[in-house]
Write a protein of this length. Sequence first.
Length: 107
Amino acid sequence: MNKLKTDKHFIRLTIPIIRTHWVYYDPIGVFTDPDSDWPQDEYDGYLGQTYSFLVNQNYAGLEAYVEYVVKDHMGLNYERKRALLFITELKKWWEEYIEEKTSQAKG
């Protein structure tokens, strides 16, 4: 797993998917309007740290980070239930993706 921290190809493959998860979570609410022309990079500042928590399988740290981002950085009300759904979906995708890549590397 530690090799993934610096594997540039792997990072390039996963960051867009992590971005999609953040856009779907959308704590600010800028993507709730289907006609929104808000830039898709709204949450890009959080992708690297999110990647780091995923690579280290530090899901408790990821939850604390998301809470910090929403409450302290964005100044919004932290909806824990909604955040946990985001983190659970992200974790599920990550673990399935890692399993798939590990299986491909072995076979």
